[in-house]
Ligand binder design. Sequence first.
Ligand code: FPP
Length: 259
Amino acid sequence: MSRASDKSDQAAPSAPENSGGPKHVAVIMDGNGRWAKARGMPRTLGHRAGVNALKRTVEAAPQFGLECLTVFGFSTENWRRPVAEVSELMGLVKLYVQTDLDRLAREGVRVRILGRRDGLPPDIQEIVERAEAKTAHNSNFLLQVAFNYGSRGDIVDAARKFAIQVRDGKADPADLDEAMFGSLLCTAKGPPVDLVIRTSGERRISNFLLWEAAYAEFVFQNVLWPDYGPEALSEAIEEFRRRERRFGGLDAHDVLAAG
Ligand code: FPP
């Protein structure tokens, strides 16, 4: 990630080429367990390898012209996993922040954690807050980690917030529109999602960014998450570029044909 760290008096590196490419990519990092199983290893080692894949991907993202990467680190449904696996995932997010926060901060990356904070153990809440506070003024790149996140839950939380505003006389139901509702979601401060990637060959959205991905492109890749990195990201971006995004309208050719 060289854009932010290049403070020498050499000419600034040219901006990455990203015409027509996605600015905000969201990733369902799937396949850690299968990766480990294929190697006769415990699932926990798959998750550890998954952290390395995350590091490679975050490092590469700005070089592809991305401005924001959102990753699904732990879903509200993941609490159903065995206690040891849950505790491994909690430990990994902690370790990731401990080992990478200073570098991310130096490189101008802003870190934001999406999801229900109050459901996290106190030490994770503390580390999440530290990561956000330390990077709050950075603007080169936004890394959003969805942790204890579920999109339906977030939508319900937003509806509850609005209901409370109405009850307290601070909002009028007649004024509610998509923009106002979107501003109540935990993703409100991030840019629109252009591309959702899911690895491991599964083709489900699994309660991730249901509202935010309404007009996103979806790319499903067979690679297992621990094997992910710049090459696979580049392929997904190329696939995105081949798509034609119409946002419910018509493409230019069809507009002409329709007269
Ligand atoms: C899905 O693989 C992956 C997860 C449930 C967690 C993703 C977590 C990481 C990449 C590492 C830790 C995260 C952070 C943010 C530091 P799976 O276990 O469902 O794989 P499987 O479908 O092959 O069993």
